[in-house]
Design a protein. Structure first.
Lengths: 145, 145
DNA sequence: ATTCATGCAAATACTTTGCATCAGC
DNA sequence: GCTGATGCAAAGTATTTGCATGAAT
């Protein structure tokens, strides 16, 4: 299955006329293997375990490429730092607790009625998965009282 | 009315034991006077018109103070840059077009049903005004077709 | 008089870019 | 062989911090 993912990712590059390089393969595999939302630094650290001489600018460039290719998506969380996740994970929203930093995932059907409203009332096509909802989670708000 | 706003803002500082300084007054007044969501750079530029020797770090520090005092709120837009607005404007959401950058404001009642769901189903207290919804606005999506 | 706020400059964090070399096609 | 990708170093942008001086209380 690992090999399968690898060839799928490599094909995604080739189909778009991008060159397949070891760095790109590893970076793409790494993002696929990481659950949830990870910073560039997180990805870089993981990639370096397998390919120590990789440069962080290549990670930035590859992520941008993946986003162009529709394979990855980035989101700015509360602190303004970009977090990345693979595009297939796109069909969810994130709740981020401002106190403890915990992330909750949310099915899109909770958000869909809002998206529908935005389309109908404003003609606006929201990219629902592209942002996080910030707030305070249950355990933190209980702790506060 | 300008004087009234000024004394209200200065009182807000004094009540919390913060010192009232010319810089703080001007920065706070400036944010009050600017509609919508502005970057630190925007605020700094305006403040400097009235008080040229002000330093940008004072702007950062004052905005942080205002946020602590509940007078201002900041939001990270799509590019990760912080945008500020006054807290009374807080009761709205922003739609940001990823193509043209245009900002639309949105009444909270459109978002309230979602907020209600999040509270009921997840025990999560969303800070609805604290983030922007990214997507493509009507004119850009028409232009694309 | 004491304490806090400011300006300045330097540091930090994140991200982008120019360019020579190297690798994929 | 040609062209695009990479590593490296340097620059860029947004933001934060240490410290001496100056202002508010």
């Amino acid at each position: 299955m690992v090999g399968e993912a690898k060839s799928r990712l490599n094909a995604a590059l080739r189909d778009r006329g991008y060159r397949v390089t070891l760095q790109r393969s590893i970076i793409m595999e790494t993002l696929e293997g990481l659950a949830g939302h990870v910073s560039v630094e997180d990805i870089y650290a993981r990639v370096r375990e397998r390919f120590p001489q990789v440069n962080i600018s290549t990670v930035y460039r590859t992520l941008e490429l993946m986003e162009e290719a529709g394979l990855a998506v980035h989101t700015h969380f509360d602190d303004g730092v970009a977090k990345w996740h693979r595009a297939e994970e796109g069909a969810h929203q994130h709740l981020v607790c401002r106190r403890c930093g915990q992330e909750l995932e949310l099915d899109l059907d909770v958000v869909e009625p809002l998206a529908e409203q935005l389309r109908a009332r404003y003609g606006f096509q929201p990219d629902i998965a592209h942002f996080a909802i910030v707030g305070v989670c249950r355990s933190c708000s209980e702790r506060a009282q």
